[in-house]
Design a protein around this ligand. Structure first.
Ligand code: PLP
Length: 231
């Protein structure tokens, strides 16, 4: 028999560790804590919201849609952190910050949907820094062209970059986080309309403290808050 996780206590512990990592990092705002609730049942999300969490991240478009129908909007603020499929964009646009734009062919459908709703869709670009062929994320060399395209869509607003580093030792993970920050700094030196690069979405349960030390402004923490995912 497994014991239900104490989500409020888990959240307290994560918040303490975030505060300690911020203190090590030095001045600047605290990062946004996104509780990754994919595959978790609604009562788990409700317990986290009752304990003061304001941001939830989901990986599957229909699950996001269903949870928004059940729990509403703002709060919680929703984040879409899963693989994007053009036919499911309708469940996401206007409802969540999208963290996982990684190719040009996603832009037109997202922009069209946002335009229909008369809104501006905020998004982050997922970057593949490890040159892992099978993994999502745009390669560094292709980023400027993607940003140029985003700048041409009035209904899209880029807010920053997102990273899932390759599996590895903490020291290696830290180098990837630092690389994303430097990449952001280089790109930000060349400003484009509709493209702000203030946000770095990086760090998960295993490495969010390192990510904060290296400049994360958003951390995506699942298991450390909600416990192991069912199935
Ligand atoms: C599942 C997931 C997370 C959370 O992972 P944990 O290890 O449970 O913290 C964060 N980011 C992305 C993109 C995910 O898919």
């Amino acid at each position: 028999m497994t014991q239900a996780p104490d989500i409020a206590a888990n959240l307290d512990r994560v918040r303490e560790r975030i505060a300690a990592a911020v203190a090590r990092r030095g001045p600047g705002p605290a990062p946004l804590l996104i509780g990754v609730s994919k595959l978790q049942p609604l009562p788990a999300l409700q317990r986290a919201l009752a304990a003061g969490l304001n941001d939830l991240g989901e990986n599957y478009a229909q699950e996001l849609r269903d949870k928004i129908t059940a729990l509403g909007h703002d709060p919680p603020r929703w984040h879409f952190i899963g693989a994007l499929q053009t036919n499911k964009i309708k469940y996401i646009v206007g409802r969540a910050l999208i963290h996982t734009v990684d190719r040009q062919d996603l832009l037109a459908p997202i922009a069209a949907r946002a335009g229909q709703g008369g809104l501006i869709q905020d998004l982050l670009i997922e970057v593949n820094l490890g040159d892992e062929a099978q993994k999502a994320g745009i390669h560094e060399v292709d980023l400027p062209a993607l940003l140029d395209l985003i700048a041409a869509y009035p209904s899209l607003r880029c807010r920053g970059l997102m990273l899932i580093p390759p599996e590895g030792e903490p020291a290696q993970t830290r180098r990837y986080f630092a690389r994303l920050r430097r990449l952001r700094d280089r790109l930000a030196a060349d400003p484009r309309p509709g493209v702000a690069l203030d946000h770095l979405s990086m760090g998960m349960s295993a490495d969010y403290e390192i990510a904060i030390e290296e400049g994360a402004t958003m951390v995506r923490v699942g298991a450390a808050i909600f416990g192991a995912r069912p199935r």
